[in-house]
Design a protein around this ligand. Sequence first.
Ligand code: SF4
Ligand code: FES
Length: 247
Amino acid sequence: MKLTLKIWRQATTDATGAMHTYQLDGVSEDMSFLEMLDVLNEQLNASDEEPIAFDSDCREGICGMCGLMINGQAHGPEVTTTCQLHMRSFKDGDEITIEPWRADAFPVLKDLCVDRSALDRMIQSGGYISANTGSAPDAHAAPVEKKKADRAFDVATCIGCGACVAACPNGSASLFLGAKITHLGELPQGQPERWDRVIGMVSQHDHDGFGGCTNIGECASACPKEIPLDVISQLNKDLRTAMVKGR
Ligand code: SF4
Ligand code: FES
């Protein structure tokens, strides 16, 4: 198929960016979206033009590195990661707009790459368990109720891609934060640091310029791992309890 691609180009964080238009022919519907961009980059290389910078790593939907705003939707028209989106979701003659994640907390580094280290800083502010457990304990040594184990496992599938932030009109990372708080808060290993964790992570979230949640729900619609919106209720509940406890 033949496509018209309108792509955001920006040389550096401080440079002024703009949309550039490219024509690409011979795109197979079996290609992934990123393979389609690889083909465009080969074309640009062949004509001595600067290839388009974009992030990817596993290309299997598990690492969270990829992430593009495609026709105004985070990760494009399917509920999946950009690397798992295939060109069969588009048709011959389509015009596709491709932009980086847009959020104050995610400055553009170059073209379609943004700096998502603010998500790492949130994890460093409490999204872990610091108990020294020595060698791996037997799986049944700390019994976990099935319902809690399932819930923890489901929300632990968050890959930190940042689509929730990009989709949110407030640029909030509440879905990401809620997933991490719920994951650790459901497990016995997460209890000793539970209240300090939520205070630390929410403070870092606000410090790095993420916006507040106003229950719009775009985050959950864009999430490739289908993290449910109610993790934000759990986040707010834990935050309230931590404040009452004077943390
Ligand atoms: S909650 Fe979903 S959209 Fe947000 S970072 Fe995690 S996987 Fe990505
Ligand atoms: S490149 Fe790893 S999730 Fe897309």
